[in-house]
Design a protein. Sequence first.
Lengths: 495, 495
Amino acid sequence: MEAKAEFMTQVNDLYKFQAIQGHLGWDQETIMPAKGAEARGEILAWLASQRHEKLIDPNFGKVIAELENQETDEFLSANVKEMRRKYDEAVKIPTEFVAEFTKARSEALIAWQQARKESDFSLFSPHLEKLISMTREKIDYLGCEDTPYDVLLDEYEVGMKVSDYDPLFAELKERLVPLLSKIMQSGVEIPRLPESLVFTEKKQEKFCNEVSKAMGFDFEAGRMDISTHPFCAGLWPGDTRFTTRFDEKDPFSCLYAVMHESGHGLYEQGLPFEQSFSPAGGAISLGVHESQSRFWENQIGRTASFWKVVMPWFRREFPDCPDWDSETLDLIANEVKPDFIRVEADEITYNLHIMIRYEIEKKIFNENIPVDQIPTLWNNMMKDWFGIEVPNDSLGCLQDIHWSMGAFGYFPTYTLGNLYAAQLLSAMENELGNIDEIIASGDWSSMLTWLREKIHSKGSVLEPSDLIESATGSPPSPEPFLEYVEKKYSKLYNL
Amino acid sequence: MEAKAEFMTQVNDLYKFQAIQGHLGWDQETIMPAKGAEARGEILAWLASQRHEKLIDPNFGKVIAELENQETDEFLSANVKEMRRKYDEAVKIPTEFVAEFTKARSEALIAWQQARKESDFSLFSPHLEKLISMTREKIDYLGCEDTPYDVLLDEYEVGMKVSDYDPLFAELKERLVPLLSKIMQSGVEIPRLPESLVFTEKKQEKFCNEVSKAMGFDFEAGRMDISTHPFCAGLWPGDTRFTTRFDEKDPFSCLYAVMHESGHGLYEQGLPFEQSFSPAGGAISLGVHESQSRFWENQIGRTASFWKVVMPWFRREFPDCPDWDSETLDLIANEVKPDFIRVEADEITYNLHIMIRYEIEKKIFNENIPVDQIPTLWNNMMKDWFGIEVPNDSLGCLQDIHWSMGAFGYFPTYTLGNLYAAQLLSAMENELGNIDEIIASGDWSSMLTWLREKIHSKGSVLEPSDLIESATGSPPSPEPFLEYVEKKYSKLYNL
């Protein structure tokens, strides 16, 4: 067989396995009956090992090498580059390890759900211990040039290391902490929803669906379901599924989860379908993915102009809600408050939440701190940085799903997403004109078209930082984000 | 590797592929967004070819041969026997054909859904033509000893041929047609639900759930969802999913669909889990599977004693329903009427519906009648046998999903299920005592325990007819069914 055809068949096979893994993962998180967990873990472990065996096929290595010496188009070349990276990594890792790690993650996920529910870290800690020790083993297999944690960071955002994140986070912290402190002293009072109001699930669902559709999410090529932790899975062409959760006392939590996940969904729905089931046809990185979700959630959704547009939809579902104007709703949606839960955090404290996780992960992998010290470490940092006492581990180190999935090194990509989103907003404004006016017009298609052209349709042809540079004209920088929050919050809080 | 271990690894791999195919099929029928259809078809075709390639691995053939000459336990021996059958068949069929056939089926399914909705046979006929011609090709690959249709019949119930079904159906028809005619002339009037009543989906769901739980279905190891055509998928250990549909004017349709599918589900939930992901650990045949669903739906659910037990649950949800007694509800649930739709047919006409499909399939494969003659043939038989004019193809030859899935030869297993169910009921009564009293007691666990012991826990160790004989003491026979319907309906219709 011609090398290119042979290569693409193998790549498509690998990405079909991955698509199925994604599908079964979605099902596990949303609708699987409890007693299905054991067999599900077994099947996922089996799929992982089947996929790994296919990936490390020596003949595949030969085909990759052959194509590296040929002229190829940009998609094929991106595929070859990514598969070289994946192949070189995979051949260092035994298949049994891959299966065992997948199984350990499925078991840890169940233990974590229980531990979080009961706020009992001891139920989760043996699993966390195992995942950390297996992750260390994985780092040993892969080999590390700098620090062990670098190996993990690179897995979630290629090319990013401790030596990149440390100064970035320092710069952010230096400007966010004083801003936070000024906001807290501003004396601006945030209006509260009357305690008696109930926002039924059904009405929230209707309202949020309308918003998601207005963003451009295609529900004939996707679904919205319920899960404990909202997420989006771009399963395969024509099938992108996101989830949310409902709090009948608070309609904003669901709304912004839906806007966030719809933002992810729009990226998935805008990928180059003709490149499906290959890395080049997929999203380039978690950071870029997060930029799409945060763009819609924060830059669009948390504005007075947005509220002007959606107010009639909101009022139709919730006529008993106080007769607030869009400026008031904007303020409510942008309440800044050092609090316990990351996913509900405002734009200022959000990145501080990320830094706490980054610092702890760095200590775990670069300083080998023992697992049982994590809760105390977490709580101490929350006290130092936010001035609040964590009352239980569910509101502390048990809140996030990531560690139970063995996803160490993932969190910092959320901050990258925030930075990229602000940079994209600024570039978009240069090209399309005043974004606030576009939002207020209620027709958001020009923004989606811009994102489709600059980001979504590119698949994974460019590296994350090159993609951001090609879309915005400048390499990634924290400056647009810092300017954005300083301007936005100074106005909101009369600083 | 030791032959047994090597064999079981290969078998487990094959059945894991199959479990995933089942899962994706369930998703496709229940919740997949419309635009996901194309990629879903591609993935399913890919999985089918991956599985086929694994199955025809010559080394697997060698291992099977090796084990055929060894002493093995009953489960292993059943696995070896079944894999020999599957291997010998599969090696005759090219992998490309398997993939193409799977793809054609996915496409036909979509076309059929549309055709049925619009009652337009022409939308479906090119797909049906293709599936029939590919099925003929498959028969050629497999080779046929007797008639071509025999090859298909054997696929769905091993060992059954035209020469078995022809006399069986003749005997049934000979006694069912006169019974039907007597019932139609009995003059018994069936009470009707008031036109104005609405049975909301939510309340039907609650009521049906309660019945399903009372039967013993474990909702922690399963789910109930909605699909156009109710079905049950025993995905894998701890995860059995069935579906139903709601008609807000008719609560009985959903109830009996739920009892039917829960009956399938109980079989799946009672299989020997330690033999999971192997044929021996699965249901033995479609006929036996159908016996489980029909047992609960008809022998238990369509009785006055059943209604005595569930009446309070029914009244609680539907207090506006007429104050009928359990005998009246029994009569409503057992209304006999020659009508268009198989899945809603009573126990007398049901098997006649099957025979019509059997006769048409026999004509398609043994007499090569052209596809465009199917609607007329169907409608003429409905006129001859039932005396009714089929007003459109949605109520005629487009009603069933089976042909769109390329499942020719499947229908007769439904009749086998009806016969087995009656034979099981009779044997159960000999051992447990009066079944009517057990039903009326509201505690149905002794019946489930009996089925678990005699049928479910056996997996696929025995051939269908041997399993029925081991459970009932006699080889399969239509006599218990005929006695059952003659006795039951003579009483109901005062014959």
